[in-house]
Design a protein around this ligand. Structure first.
Ligand code: SF4
Ligand code: SF4
Length: 352
């Protein structure tokens, strides 16, 4: 099936976004304290679909909330009554715009685990009801390395609609899925014109070439996958994790980290059960009820993080659990970079 593509100018692209906001429940990057987080919006003035990569949080919380009520309960000496929480506000039909390619890709990676041994229906409903509009970046940020990983950034199919700022000064809006095509068939594109693949393809190609040339970081992920899989016991993990303060920020901002904890909060007889983000960097993450902790040292926890991202997930699902967005490095209070960690450990271990 061939999907439609439209061309317009900068003002037309803004009108396209405004038309979406007027007709659909829409989320987009909203600035707060110098950072951008995806929030519900109703006008372009409230948000910035072109928010800077380095300052934009991931879209993960719109599919896997930072914390969410799982159930309510009343526990008395007579027994426990459990009740359902309110309807999921994230499972309604909605559009997310201003999504970076790495973020769009992260959902394809997460789909694997959420469709695995347990089907997470909350996640599935949120995915099925969402149209993702992703704008291709024009320039890489200092810590980006998406083009070095195991996915084709140029031909990425993780979004429903692709927006590209053409090297000819025009704006290209291209459907990538049936959901995207359906949205573009409505009158949201009334300020744009249909355009053929013959015209679109070379412009998108030259835009990608300029974007790809802007990367400072380049990784040979196949080499990293292979070397890490052989060096579990290397002491180099102690060197690279020495400064880590186990704050868990890297996992919380990461679009692909998906560990969570379940906790109950109760006042007198009435309580709520929550599902909240957790992290393998957390010293208590593997603490067992009897007091044993198989990862008591932080180098072991960092080793788990690196191995899960570049060995274990790859072995199980065929993909790295990292999309090269650099968010963990940007947010780390002690400047630890996963790019440097996995490269440094691989290189040092091969010299042992
Ligand atoms: S590990 Fe870091 S670079 Fe990789 S996806 Fe997570 S936040 Fe992005
Ligand atoms: S953000 Fe940095 S300091 Fe915090 S847990 Fe991650 S690596 Fe350690």
């Amino acid at each position: 099936m061939s999907f439609s593509t439209f061309v317009t100018d900068k003002a037309g692209l803004q009108k396209f976004y405004e038309a979406i906001m007027a007709s659909q429940e829409t989320y987009a990057p909203v600035e707060k304290f110098g950072k951008f987080d995806f929030k519900r919006v109703s006008a372009l003035a409230e948000c910035d679909p072109e928010s800077p990569i380095a300052k934009t949080m991931s879209i993960k919380p719109l599919f896997f909330p930072r914390t969410a009520k799982v159930m309510k309960f009343v526990a008395t000496s007579a027994g426990t009554d459990v009740s359902e929480v309110d309807e999921d506000p994230l499972a309604v039909k909605r559009v997310i715009l201003g999504v970076k390619h790495c973020d769009a890709r992260s959902l394809q990676v997460l789909d694997k685990v959420y469709n695995w041994d347990y089907i997470d229906t909350d996640y599935q409903n949120r995915r099925q009801n969402t149209v993702i509009i992703s704008t291709r970046c024009d320039k890489a940020d200092t810590h980006c390395f998406c083009t070095s990983l195991d996915y084709d950034v140029e031909n990425l199919d993780a979004m429903d609609i692709l927006v590209v700022h053409g090297t000819d000064g025009k704006e290209y809006i291209k459907a990538r899925t049936e959901k995207g095509n359906e949205l573009l068939s409505s009158d949201v594109t009334r300020h744009a014109s249909p355009v053929t693949e013959e015209i679109t393809a070379p412009v998108l190609k030259s835009q990608y070439a300029s974007f790809a040339a802007s990367f400072r970081l380049k990784m040979n992920y196949k080499e990293v996958n292979e070397k890490l899989s052989k060096i579990f016991d290397t002491p180099e993990f102690e060197n690279v994790s020495g400064n880590c303060v186990s704050c868990n920020t890297c996992a919380f901002v990461c679009p692909t980290c998906h560990c969570f904890k379940i906790s109950d909060e109760k006042i007198k007889d009435t309580g709520v059960r929550y599902k909240s983000y957790d992290s393998c960097n957390n010293g208590y993450f593997t603490l067992m009820a009897g007091g044993h902790n198989p990862r008591p040292a932080k180098y072991r926890r960092w080793r788990q993080r690196a191995m899960h991202k570049f060995v274990y997930y790859k072995e199980r699902f065929g993909e790295n659990l990292c999309v090269g967005c650099g968010k963990c490095t940007i947010s780390c209070p002690v400047n630890i970079s996963i790019f440097e960690v996995v490269n440094q450990v691989s290189a040092a271990a091969m010299q042992e």
